[in-house]
Design a protein around this ligand. Structure first.
Ligand SMILES: Cc1cc2nc3c(=O)[nH]c(=O)nc-3n(C[C@H](O)[C@H](O)[C@H](O)COP(=O)(O)O)c2cc1C
Length: 187
């Protein structure tokens, strides 16, 4: 079940470097794409960085609305990630093409993609130079959510392979995360 994640723990949803889905919406149009190039940027307020190429249809919706939603997909959704990462909202309604179910976000116009592990609602800090020169978007996380079966009390759980996050290697290949390790300070 989807539960709010305290913003102080939002960075943990991306710390392990998962490939994400970026959803966007503006004035009745919406889209979703895949993004491997994303990272947490700060704790308080939580911030993220995402590369959104200028060739994408998502880019226009994100710049116009000033916001987006990152959904963290599971390994079970690998074909969906590949599908939305190889088609454009300019030509196809990906939500119907890939049978993507959504829920409204709490703070921004873009939707949450159902079936994912975690979600971050983000409002961009307009940085026209970074955006146009490097396709780099910086944003504040204004709400965060996770499925409580996979992320509890600020921690990812030890999950079966199909419920783990996806890590893009390039060229249509991915890895999933492996088992949890707890690090301790050497004595
Ligand atoms: C696994 C994967 C990761 C990707 N990562 C990124 C990324 O980090 N940034 C980016 O701009 N495009 C990335 N892409 C490409 C976009 O998802 C792709 O251009 C998409 O078709 C854009 O859709 P749109 O035109 O509907 O916005 C990735 C594609 C795949 C399959």
């Amino acid at each position: 079940m989807r539960q709010p994640v305290p913003l102080a723990h939002a960075s943990r949803l991306l710390n392990h470097g998962p490939t994400v889905l970026v959803a966007s919406a503006y004035q009745g149009q919406r889209d979703v794409m895949a993004a491997a190039w994303n990272m947490p940027l700060d704790f308080d307020p939580p911030k993220v960085a995402v590369v959104i190429d200028k060739s994408t249809f998502s880019r226009g919706l994100i710049e116009a609305s000033g916001s987006f939603v990152l959904s963290v997909p599971s390994a079970a959704q690998v074909d969906l990630v590949t599908g939305v990462g190889h088609t454009t909202g300019r030509e196809v309604d990906k939500f119907s093409r890939f049978d993507i179910q959504t829920e409204p976000a709490s703070q921004v116009e873009a939707p949450l993609v159902l079936g994912c592990l975690a979600w971050l609602e983000c409002r961009i800090y307009p940085e026209p130079h970074n955006q146009s020169r490097y396709d780099l978007f910086l944003a504040e996380v204004v709400a965060a959510w996770a499925d409580d079966a996979v992320f509890q009390n600020g921690h990812w759980q030890d999950l079966p392979p199909e419920q783990r996050a996806l890590h893009h290697l390039g060229g249509g290949h991915y890895l999933t995360t492996s088992g949890l390790l707890a690090g301790r300070m050497p004595t």
